[in-house]
Design a protein around this ligand. Structure first.
Ligand code: PRP
Ligand code: URA
Length: 205
């Protein structure tokens, strides 16, 4: 299932990120805030269980989260989405997968992986950019090999090619996008997109 947010607050913040004159600091700040806003909706179907508390007025039967949430940013750019979601879900555990896309072949190469137990968790895989979908697809395959069963892919900007790739390779994974852009250009960048997300978050270009 694909969810595209198209929400005025998210679109407004994304417009700042798209602007090539936005500073590294402001770019990272907007990404952080959008990730938090998206988390609210992505977490809508998290399982809950009964909890009894005493309010100042007396007993209350209410609910609390019933299972772990694990965030898995795809390094580097996915790192920029972690804090915004942890602000909302402070009990979330964090795993990491490093993927580097070869600039010529556009094939992803994994260079790092470290995960907590994901077998009973809702796992949110984070990456601002869903371009060819190669990096996300490879990350999802690895995360499933490590035991994850309930997985959501949370990206900022995607294109139809990337969505199609994930729907074909991982039909069980729900995809969330802040915006669905038009296309990939001849060097595999999203158009209009926002440029190289990793470089813009970490000021490396
Ligand atoms: C970017 C981005 C995704 C990937 C998307 O990462 O953050 O991981 O490219 O492209 P794809 O859908 O075609 O695979 P990059 O390889 O530039 O690494 P970085 O995050 O370290 O900059
Ligand atoms: N990776 C990025 O950072 N940006 C794109 O547009 C495509 C892949």
């Amino acid at each position: 299932m694909l969810t595209v947010f198209n929400h005025p607050l998210i679109t407004h913040k994304l417009a700042l990120m798209r602007d090539k004159n936005t500073s590294t600091k402001d770019f990272a700040q907007q990404l952080d805030e959008i990730a938090g806003l998206m988390a609210f909706e992505v977490s809508r179907d998290l399982p809950t269980k009964e909890k009894r508390v005493e309010t100042p007025m007396g007993p209350c039967v209410t609910e609390e989260l019933a299972s772990d949430v694990v965030l898995v940013p795809i390094l580097r750019a996915g790192l920029g989405m972690v804090d915004g979601i942890r602000d909302l879900i402070p009990t979330a555990k964090v795993g990491f997968i490093g993927m580097f896309r070869n600039e010529k072949t556009l094939q992803p190469k994994e260079y790092f992986a470290k995960f907590p137990d994901m077998s009973n968790a809702t796992v949110m895989v984070l990456d601002p950019m869903l371009a060819t979908g190669g990096s996300a697809s490879a990350a999802l395959t690895k995360i499933k090999e490590r035991g994850a069963k309930n997985i959501k892919l949370v990206c900022l900007v995607g294109v139809p090619e990337g969505v199609k790739r994930i729907e074909e390779d991982h039909p069980d994974v729900d995809i969330y996008l802040a915006a669905l852009d038009e296309k990939l250009n001849e060097i595999g960048y999203i158009v209009p997109g926002l440029g190289d997300a990793g470089d813009r978050i970490f000021g490396t270009k």
